[in-house]
Design a protein around this ligand. Structure first.
Ligand SMILES: [Zn+2]
Length: 129
């Protein structure tokens, strides 16, 4: 293993250069600014009397709220995610992925009334690069 600092040829697997003591096995640099996309939640005004904001959870963390007849965008890191929307009177859950190809996702999230419990539909309606 060649030392990047002094050029000394060290034994493979060595942690430090035997010539200059520089570390040889540098861990991969952790990006201080991981790549981020976004999701946009659009809530159509449909259900009279339901003024309770949607609470939006990504991977179990509350990231914000969406009021009636509102469209709100939230930043989301690259990767696979779980989205959960709850307004007390209804709930919806889905999976999505943010990457170079699907970086900014748009979801339309109407509430579907049920006999025993309501459902919030989470429909992917578009994406931008
Ligand atoms: Zn060295």
């Amino acid at each position: 293993m060649i030392c990047s600092k002094c050029g000394n040829n060290n034994v493979e697997g060595a942690n430090f250069c035997t010539n200059c003591a520089s570390p040889l096995n540098q861990p991969p640099a952790i990006s201080a600014n991981p790549q981020t996309g976004s999701i946009t939640i659009t809530r159509p005004k449909k259900f009279l009397g339901c003024a309770v904001p949607y609470t939006v959870y990504i991977d179990g963390y509350l990231i914000g709220t969406v009021k009636n007849n509102q469209s709100v965008s939230f930043p989301v890191y690259y990767g696979n995610h779980n989205i959960r929307i709850n307004c007390g009177m209804g709930i919806g859950e889905s999976q999505f992925v943010i990457n170079d190809e699907y970086r900014h996702l748009v979801f339309n999230c109407p509430m579907r009334l049920g006999a025993f419990s309501n459902t919030i539909d989470i429909n992917l309606v578009g994406y931008q690069k």
